[in-house]
Design a protein around this ligand. Sequence first.
Ligand code: FAD
Length: 468
Amino acid sequence: TTTLVWLRRDLRLHDHAALYHALKQSQRVIPVFIFDRAILDSLPRTDRRVDFIWQTLRELKAELQALGSDLCVRHALAAEEIPRLAQALGAQAVFTNHDYEPAAIARDAKVAASLAELGIAFHTSKDQVIFERDEVLTQAGGFFSVFTPYKNAWLKKLDPFYLQTYPVTRYQAALAPLTPEALPSLADMGFAASDIGQIGIRTGASGAEALFTDFQQRIDRYKDARDFPGVKGVSYLSVHLRFGTISIRQLAAYAWQRGTAGSMGWLNELIWRDFYHQILWHRPDAVGQSFKAQYVDLPFPNDRSLFEAWCAGQTGYPIVDAAMRQLNQTGFMHNRLRMVAASFLVKDLLVDWRWGEAYFAEKLLDFDLAANNGGWQWAASTGCDAQPYFRIFNPVSQSEKFDPEGKFIRRYVPELARLPSDALHAPWQAKPLLLASAGLRLGHDYPEPIVDHATQREKALALFKRSA
Ligand code: FAD
C-alpha cells in the first residue's frame, strides 16, 4: 500500500505520531508538505515564519534524501492539493496530526470529505500536545477554564505512557524510494529571504536540539531566572514547539523525570501550552471575541496614535519600548514583557486587546493562535485568569523588579544607555541635570511618557467596572 504523510506543525522525522502510524501500516510512505496558499497569500512578502519553514524543509529534505526517499513540497491550496496528490500518487490513505485551530479544523474536514469521495482514508493522531481536547476534564465533565485546577488534573493523569516516543526509525524502511526533487525557492512562491540567519535563529530539528542541549544546563535555575529578560533564563524553544521541530513528549519527559524545582517550573509552562490548546478546542468562539461574556463590548477609546507609538516602541515607558523593539527586531519577546506590554496597551493606552493580538500575530516568530489569544485575553482580563480586572501592571515597578540594572532596556533603547540604573525606569522623573549629563533630551532623543499611568489606571478601572 502507498500512503501520504502530510506534515504541518510537526516538521521533524523523529517521535512523530502520524509518520509512525503510516510507516507501520504501509509499504510505501511519501512525506508531503504544502505551502498552503490559504495561509501564505495574505502574509507580508518577507515573513520570518515562511523563511523558518523553508530552511527547516531544506534540512528535512536532505535527511529524507539520505534515506533514499524525499519530501514532496508543493505551493498550492492544501485543501485541494492533498486529495489531488493522494490520487495522483495512487495512495490509499493520508496520515496527519491534529491541529486545533478553527481554520485548520475546517480545512481538514474539507480534505477528509474530498478524500472520502475518492475512496482514500484519512487518519489523524494527537502529536503536538500531551493531552488534547477532552482528555483532561473537571469531575463534572466540563473543560477547565482556570489553570491551576487544570494543571493539577493534568499532572495527576500523567504517566509514562503519555510520554512514550514513537520509534519512527524502526520502521523507516517503509519510506518510499523517490527521485529527489528540488525544493521550490522562496522567490518561486513570491517571498524574500528574511533576516533570521543574521539574528541567530537556528532552524530545523538540529536547531531545536542545539537549543535544548543548551537549556538542559540551565533548566534547574529556570524558576529563578525565567522572569528576567536581561538574563538567559528561558529555553527560547517556542518557535520550535510551534513548528514541531522538537517533540513535546521529549521535552515533557525530560522535565518530569528530572523532577527538580526548575524543571518542574518549566513543565508548568508546557502545561500552560496544553491548557490554551484545549481552551481553543472548547471555545473556538473566543477567537476574536472576549472569552468572558461580560467583556464582549468593552468600549475602548482605541486612539490610533497611541497604538502606533506602542507598536514602534515609542511610548516613553522604557520597559515597554524595549519589549516592543525586541519584538520588531527579532520576532521574539520575553514572556514577562509580553505580559507587561499587553497590559500596558489595554490598561494604560485603553486600546482593544485584539489590536495588540493581531500585531503580535504578525510579528512573533512563535505565533500560535492558542497561546497568543490566551495570553492576550489573560493580560486584558477578558479571558482565563483567576485574577479580576483590577490587577493592573505598573510598568515602572515591573521594570524595577525584573530589569533592575536596566540590562535589557539598555540593549534595546540605546538612547537611554547612559542613564544610571535608578533613573532608567522612569526617566521623566530624573533631575534635568542628570538627564543632561547622560546627553539626553526628553521629547527629543526619547519621548516623554505618552500617558500618565495613574490617570490611565483609573480610566481602565472605570471602563471595566461598567461591564463587570
Ligand atoms: P519557556 O519559558 O522556555 O517555556 C517553554 C515553552 O512553554 C514555550 O516555548 C511555550 O511553548 C510554552 N509556554 C510558556 N509560557 C506559555 C504560556 N503562557 N502560554 C502558552 N505556552 C507557554 N507563546 C507562543 O508560543 N506563541 C504565542 O503567540 C504567544 N503569545 C503570547 C502573547 C502574550 C500576550 C503572552 C502574555 C504570552 C504569549 N505566549 C506565546 C506565551 C509565552 O510568552 C511564550 O511561549 C514564551 O515567552 C516563549 O519563550 P520560551 O520558549 O523561551 O519559553
